[in-house]
Design a protein. Structure first.
Lengths: 249, 438
């Protein structure tokens, strides 16, 4: 599904990712953990194609296509979804209008028929119910005035509607209380399938109590210094990162 | 404050006044006093703090040709159909160069006691009221309007009355000669607990540099709810000077929406007096300028009573060499405890040569109040564009969506469904034509 080979990237000549290798197969959930400043969010941004990052080496393949050659919208249409750490507030743009436009762009790209307003509403309302979002949500401007929890749930709602092949969740747990965390995690788990994959970026182990990863990777100073199964996350919870960083040094 | 005009030769309006004086009439004292007010100060200059960003050179370079008599040539409905709204069953009053046109107007109001007419046809009793709400304003254009106004709308909704239909005031400038100056005066009064929606449109037929000077006095009595929409879409050579004076009483709700799309130079002075407790006052505006347009909104919201809310929301979309000016002054008098005043002005700059000037001014003399203000000037938000692109929308679509949203924030505050939808479409079509959109 996703093949990252020796990826190097930075901002303004400052290297941040210093050679990442990661292989994610369909049906898998990978967690990427690491202390602040290790490059986790940079990795998410580079995968989604955010401006301002220079890729200086390596490659990223999504089902054998070179992802780094594509514009952000093309990546999205190919099935990459980034759940933002800080979803952007867009006053004046109606949530329903925005989401239907996005869904239809992606359906068009896949050669599927566009959803009309009725069918879109039917589909979105079912997903909203699962995520505990009230119906007035659709009438509100995108993320504007939303609470932290609402913004994160909105990300998961978009993800559910866009049905990506590869979902990258960037610190989706930050700012959530335990109930909201459970709702968000349930939403993510419902989307898990044999034909898609999820990369969950998190600072804390607690999210991984709810979204159980097949693999856990520790990112430090732009490199993956340790990979393991879910028990690695528990080990990190107990012992912190220092022992790994010492080993890596 | 000083006025820098030197009057060695009398300004053109003083000379032109002879004809008004000759005509006489019950308003002559008001007119004379107005002319004196104007003559004392002359046209404002950029040395006046209130006109710092707005040069009137494009006006003062013109001859002063007040349209004291109606045009000979009669206009037909077909002449105005293209340039104005037409899809609503309304009471429509049409004025051409400041003169009422009964042929173009349709008054079919159903509610008893409602007055929807032209001011000059039913002045009885209003002689002493006209000018009462604008009297304390130093703006010389009010004096000029007092002296030269020919006509305007008179709308009175009785206590507990409700306009059965929208009232649409259409002001047309024929603009076939540079310097033509229409002077329009409106009086609007909503009785206690009355309700209604009024829209005024200002449009040009020709392309000459004609000016419009409109003064509107609005009294919103206790418990009344008045929505007032202004749509200014004059030619890019026009000069539009407007002054709105609203006095609001107990628990009144007044929303004024300003859409400034046209005119080379437009200036909207908004003066709100919140005289009694429990008032909610919303000033909401969108200006969209291009070429060498200048759109100026200058407001004073005077909180003179406790427990009142006032909100000002102004968004500007500025292209080419155009300029947007916002001046928002909020005065909270010592008595006005529990005031809740909010003000925002956001400017979206589409060209390197466009300018926005924004000046919030809060004067708070009470201690138990909530007052906030914020202003932004900038290009389109890159984070927002990336967010939309990351959901599959291309850059062009993303930029359009953001711009539509930026304008939509203002349009969405219109309560009247039909007008909101029509203006939304109109604004959107106009934005689609922006050459710097992509």
């Amino acid at each position: 599904m996703l093949e990252i080979k020796n990826l190097q990237a930075g901002i303004e000549n400052k290297p941040i990712l210093k050679g990442i290798d990661l292989s994610v197969n369909a049906g898998e959930v990978h967690a990427i953990m690491g202390p602040n400043g290790s490059g986790k969010s940079t990795l998410a941004s580079v995968l989604a194609g955010r401006d301002g990052y220079d890729v200086t080496g390596g490659e990223v393949l999504l089902q054998d296509d070179d992802l780094l050659d594509l514009a952000p919208e093309e990546r999205a249409r190919e099935g990459v979804f980034l759940a933002f750490q800080y979803p952007v507030e867009i006053p004046g743009v109606n949530s329903a209008y925005f989401l239907r436009s996005a869904v239809n762009e992606i359906r068009k790209h896949r050669g599927e028929e566009e959803l009309d307003a009725m069918n879109f509403l039917k589909a979105v309302k079912a997903k909203m119910k699962e995520l505990g979002l009230s119906e007035d949500f659709l009438k509100r401007p995108v993320n504007a005035g939303f609470s932290g929890g609402e913004k994160k749930r909105n990300e998961i709602l978009q993800m559910a509607m866009l049905n990506p092949k590869l979902a990258v969740l960037d610190e989706t747990d930050s700012g959530l209380d335990i109930d909201a965390l459970r709702i968000v995690a349930d939403g993510v788990n419902r989307l898990k399938g044999t034909d898609n994959a999820q990369v969950v970026i998190t600072h804390y182990q607690r999210l991984l109590d709810y979204i159980v990863p097949d693999f856990v990777h520790v990112l430090y100073d732009g490199r993956i210094i340790k990979s393991g199964d879910k028990t690695l996350a528990h080990e990190l919870e107990e012992k912190g990162y220092d022992w790994l960083i010492r080993d890596a040094a | 404050m000083s006025s820098a005009t030197t009057n060695e030769t009398p300004p053109a309006p003083v000379e032109a006044f002879a004809q008004v004086e000759q005509a006489g009439g019950p308003l002559l004292p008001l007119r004379k006093a107005g002319l004196a007010r104007f003559a004392e100060r002359g046209y404002p200059t950029t040395n006046d703090e209130d006109w710092r960003f707005t040069s009137l050179k494009s006006l003062t370079d013109l001859p002063f040709l007040p349209t004291l008599e109606p045009l000979d040539q009669a206009l037909g409905l077909a002449d105005i159909a293209e340039i104005t709204f037409g899809q609503h069953d309304v009471n429509r009053l049409v004025f051409v160069d400041g003169h009422f046109s009964s042929d173009l107007s349709v008054i079919s109001e159903q509610t008893d006691g409602v007055t929807v007419t032209n001011l000059s046809s039913s002045l009885n009793g209003l002689e002493n009221e006209i000018g009462s709400l604008s009297a304390n304003d130093e703006n010389p254009f009010i004096g000029l309007n007092d002296a030269f106004f020919t006509d305007g709308a008179l709308i009175r909704i009785p206590a507990n009355g409700r306009l059965s239909k929208l009232v649409h005031l259409v002001f047309i400038s024929t603009a076939n000669e540079a310097g033509q100056a229409a002077h329009i005066r409106n009086w609007i009064e909503a009785g206690a607990n009355a309700q209604g929606t009024i829209i005024e449109s200002h449009l040009s037929l020709g392309q000459a540099a004609a000016s419009t000077n409109v003064v509107t006095e609005t009294r919103v009595n206790a418990g009344a709810n008045l929505e007032h929409i202004k749509f200014q879409d004059q030619s890019l050579n026009a000069i539009h000077l407007a002054s709105l004076h609203s006095e609001l009483s107990d628990d009144a709700r007044y929303a004024f929406h300003s859409f400034a799309l046209g005119a080379r130079l437009s200036r909207n002075n908004l003066r709100m007096r919140l005289a009694k407790p429990g008032i909610e006052c919303v000033l909401n505006g969108l200006y969209m300028t291009r070429a060498n347009q200048l759109a100026d909104h200058h407001m004073i919201v005077d909180h003179a009573a406790p427990h009142c809310d006032s909100h000002e929301y102004f968004n500007g979309i500025l292209d080419d060499q155009s300029r947007g000016v916002f001046h928002g002054r909020i005065v909270v008098q010592p008595v006005a405890q529990k005031t809740d005043a909010k003000q925002t002005n956001k400017n979206l700059i589409l060209s390197d040569n466009a300018t926005a000037n924004t000046k919030p001014q809060l004067e708070i003399y009470a201690d138990d109040v909530k007052c906030t203000h914020g202003a932004t000037i900038g290009e389109m938000d890159d984070d927002a564009i990336f967010y939309l692109r990351a959901r599959g929308l291309d850059t062009k679509t993303a930029r359009r969506m953001l711009m539509h949203g930026f304008a939509g924030e203002i349009v969405d505050r219109i309560q009247h469904d039909g007008i909101r939808e029509e203006l939304d479409e109109l604004v959107w079509n106009r934005l689609e034509g922006e050459h710097h959109l992509d």
